[in-house]
Design a protein. Structure first.
Length: 401
């Protein structure tokens, strides 16, 4: 998780990536911590039906839950994270299961909750991030335990979850203390973190974690190399620690940065800022929360991982209370949706009428409109936009019917 490449090397690599990837090709970025192969799969296309009520996006992968509680997925499945029993990508949405209420996409694994609160996981399990007590991958959703959960968040090789009683649980990789149990020991099963304290929201980043308590206080732990914990330092924390600020109501942990909104609608950001990820008009890292814009924000999304590894190409999305869509950060693949490939270090309004957003790692974005229709934009090399093609788009296009 370091910036290692020159801009010339980045430009050269992008040229190779864009010329070598496409439907049916293979791109392996395992050296950057995650395989993002686009392996050939089914080419028949059937559009996703509307309305859509929940979405999630990962590296070259997208998920949606429809109003009938069916779970659908499309894009890359190099580690089985699509959940359809194969490691092949799909340009067409495929149904993964039914009775699902929540979905979260990590780098190579996926988590979901059914309406009865049971936890399901699939994909890569090298670090025990599925939570089933093993390191064996699963290409289909498998139930994890028998407990009932209210929220899940899949990070970079680790997972977070909240039970119905507000207790916090974590499992998977723990190299930077991102599980929050006071150690750096990985766990193949969910373990309680700060048990007995009532949490209401969680967000797993690359190697750091964020959580909100019922009183609006924000708690952080894990890697802090670029100040992504927001405690005005660069020292990691192996246990949850409270930030001085309070009254938060939404959080999003990115690759090496963090976003949060407060109850007054103000947007705050901190951590790595090399591509203007924070939206404060600069490219300078911030080790403590800084306010972005004038307010009105009520939903946020941050890129958790880059297909380009250490190139740090990340972008952020946000919604305001008037349903306007805003985007900032890197725009190499048109993932900001503003019709350009211009990187933005301040939030720019892209469109309006949206109720939910998802930032698909470094390259694509998803959003739901108020009528339940699903829209996508950015890179489409593995079919992650869900429109039946591998053609990218610099503006939002409707992908559900």
């Amino acid at each position: 998780m370091r910036r290692l490449w020159s801009l010339a090397a980045v430009a050269s690599f992008i040229a190779v990536l864009l010329s070598g990837c496409g439907e049916g090709s293979i791109y392996d970025n395992s050296g950057a911590g995650g395989d993002t192969s686009c392996m050939s799969g089914a080419t028949a296309y059937t559009p996703l039906g509307s309305p859509v009520v929940a979405i999630a996006a990962a590296n070259r992968l997208s998920f949606a839950i429809r109003d009938d509680w069916t779970l659908w997925a499309w894009g890359s499945s190099s580690k089985g994270q699509l959940g359809n029993g194969t490691t092949f990508n799909s340009i067409s949405p495929v149904q993964i299961g039914s009775n699902f209420a929540a979905i979260s996409a990590g780098v190579g694994h996926s988590l979901a909750l059914r309406r009865d609160g049971t936890l399901w996981a699939w994909g890569d399990n090298t670090h025990g991030q599925l939570g089933d007590g093993s390191t064996a991958a699963s290409y289909v959703p498998k139930q994890i335990g028998s407990d009932h959960f209210s929220a899940v968040s899949a990070g970079f090789n680790f997972s977070l979850a909240l039970k119905n009683d507000g207790t916090l649980w974590a499992w998977g990789d723990n190299t930077y203390g991102q599980l929050g149990d006071g150690t750096t020991t990985a766990s193949q099963i969910p373990i309680p973190i700060d048990a007995g304290n009532f949490y209401t929201a969680i967000s797993a980043g690359a190697a750091h974690s964020l959580a909100l308590k019922v009183d609006g206080t924000l708690w952080v732990w894990g890697d802090n190399t670029y100040g992504q914990l927001g405690d005005n330092s660069t020292s990691e924390s192996k246990v949850p620690k409270q930030l001085i600020d309070s009254n938060f109501n939404a959080i999003a942990a990115g690759y090496e940065y963090s976003l949060a909104t407060k109850s007054d609608g103000t947007l705050w950001a901190w951590g790595s800022n090399v591509w203007g990820d924070l939206g404060d008009g600069t490219s300078v890292d911030k080790h403590a929360p800084v306010q972005i814009g004038t307010g009105g924000f009520n939903a946020i999304a941050a890129s958790k991982y880059s297909i380009l590894g250490n190139f740090n190409y990340y972008h952020s999305l946000a919604l305001k209370s008037d349903q306007s869509l805003w985007a900032w950060g890197d725009n190499t693949f048109g993932q900001l949706g503003d019709g350009t490939l211009t990187t933005r270090n301040k939030p720019k309004q892209v469109d309006s009428g949206f109720t939910a957003v998802a930032a698909g790692e470094d390259s694509h974005s998803l959003a739901i409109k108020s009528d339940g229709s699903l829209w996508a934009w950015g890179s489409n090399l593995c079919g992650e936009m869900g429109d039946g093609t591998s053609n990218s788009s610099k503006v939002p296009i409707q992908v559900s019917k």
